[in-house]
Design a protein around this ligand. Structure first.
Ligand code: PSU
Ligand code: MN
Length: 296
């Protein structure tokens, strides 16, 4: 049911899980694959091993080849944790979300992951009561996810509260507040700040030794966009007016922003995904200090 690429199997501790939903549904046709490949290059440049995850004709693949990655276009199903088994049984092509990717990572023992922005509580909760399955899956998976925080089209403060309830540390990479996806500033305070890849790895290892599960690490984008909020509000109104619901909301809003910003959000999104992949790779290969391992 799960095929693990040899390279990944041989160095699971240094593997970085990468998702395929952003490849299939986060960018215009053709662009997503390039974003996925660039993430893989960044993980490798850090000395770690990329493990891009998706479902091909019902087989869950951990460590997709370049040819296989080409199959993740807009026709691929969006696969959250609840959808994995169905995709397998129905021999589908499925692009895994952060949550779906974490569900697989947990099964095979991968503990590091990178993405653009985590899913969370949608604005307007509880009408509709739309909360990304990324959160529940992070709460049950011992893994650290490097992101630019939570996607800012969501209710980020509510998402931060829920992460606390779920016992998920929300770390800031050299910052005191959670990055807002395209924007660097203005997010809720993080639960702790780390300064280096090694610091991040040490916190994660201690968390796991204490029986904890998921952690979120927010890295602010190198070239933030601070003026996207009005466009986000416009995009959310369009989604509402066009009756876009459920799993379709996030891809709809992202493509609206990419189009209406004249490609600025697309470029920013692409860059921040690559930066997060690089950092996840650096964390995966950072060796623990002697005192990082707790005495038993
Ligand atoms: N980060 C990006 N682009 C994306 C996503 C993350 O820069 O498209 C995807 C991830 O797969 C995440 C999903 O899990 O958006 C959230 O979807 P939803 O809100 O429907 O749970
Ligand atoms: Mn949702």
């Amino acid at each position: 049911m799960i095929r693990i690429a040899k390279e990944v199997r041989e160095s699971l501790a240094h593997a970085v899980a990468l998702e395929t939903t952003l490849v299939a549904h986060g960018f215009p046709p053709g662009e997503g694959v390039e974003v996925g490949l660039e993430s893989e290059r960044q993980v490798r440049a850090a000395g770690a091993v990329p493990a891009t995850i998706g479902v091909i004709d019902g087989e869950i693949v951990v460590g997709l080849t370049e040819d296989e990655l080409q199959r993740f276009d807009a026709a691929a199903r969006k696969i959250g944790p609840r959808d994995l088994a169905v995709a397998v049984a129905q021999r589908a092509v499925g692009a895994t979300t952060v949550g779906g990717t974490l569900a697989v990572a947990r099964q095979v023992g991968i503990t590091w992951m990178a993405t653009g922005g985590l899913g969370g509580v949608h604005r307007g909760f509880p009408d509709p009561p739309d909360v990304s399955a990324d959160l529940a899956q992070l709460a049950r998976t011992p893994a650290l996810v490097v992101s630019s925080g939570v996607k800012s089209l969501l209710d980020v403060p509510a998402t931060a509260e829920l992460l606390e309830s779920l016992g998920v540390p929300m770390l800031g990479y050299g910052v005191d507040t959670l990055p807002l996806f395209y924007a660097a500033d203005g997010g809720p305070p993080v639960s702790a700040r780390v300064e280096t890849p090694r610091d991040a790895a040490a916190v994660a290892r201690a968390h796991w030794e204490l029986g904890g599960t998921g952690l979120l690490l927010g890295r602010p984008p190198d070239e933030p966009l601070d003026d996207v909020e009005p466009l986000i509000e416009q995009a959310l109104r369009a989604a509402h007016d066009q009756d876009v619901h459920g799993q379709a909301v996030t891809p709809f809003v992202l493509s609206y922003l990419h189009r209406e910003s004249g490609g600025r959000t697309q470029r920013a999104n692409k860059d921040l995904i690559a930066q997060n992949a690089r950092l996840a790779g650096e964390i995966a290969v950072s060796s623990p200090r002697a005192h990082d391992t707790l005495a038993r």
